[in-house]
Design a protein around this ligand. Sequence first.
Ligand code: FES
Length: 153
Amino acid sequence: MNPDTKQELDDILSQHEIERGELIPILQAAQERFGYLPEEVIAKIAKFLQLPPSAVYGVSTFYAQFKFTPTGKKMIKVCRGTACHVRGASRILQELEKELGIKPGETTEDLEYSLETIACFGSCALAPVIVVDKTVYGRMTPKKVGQILAGNE
Ligand code: FES
């Protein structure tokens, strides 16, 4: 573990009691800090709480909020709701997969982008919709995908 990670994790742990009930708050704090839960972080949390690492994994894999691989600096979410589907969401997703070279649930090697699909955003009037971090892009076309990735939208 690099010294910065160790220090930051020590800071997080110092704010918690050694109690099993602290596991979720600690995992949440660690993920917020590191963006995901690296193996070494899980191991240290387990040691702190005097639990086997397998128990910590068991709990953390139960909750969809926890991630075990790094996510990109930018998160792209493609709506797969009905309205977006009908208006060509799959073509938008295909274009993103082609441009980024990744599938939903994956992150580019340079850690720039992660790609996910999600259910309706509630912006169906703008279908098809994608969200990049907190920005909603409506009436998407494959051409607009390239413009957004190039930072021209
Ligand atoms: S179906 Fe895509 S925003 Fe509602």
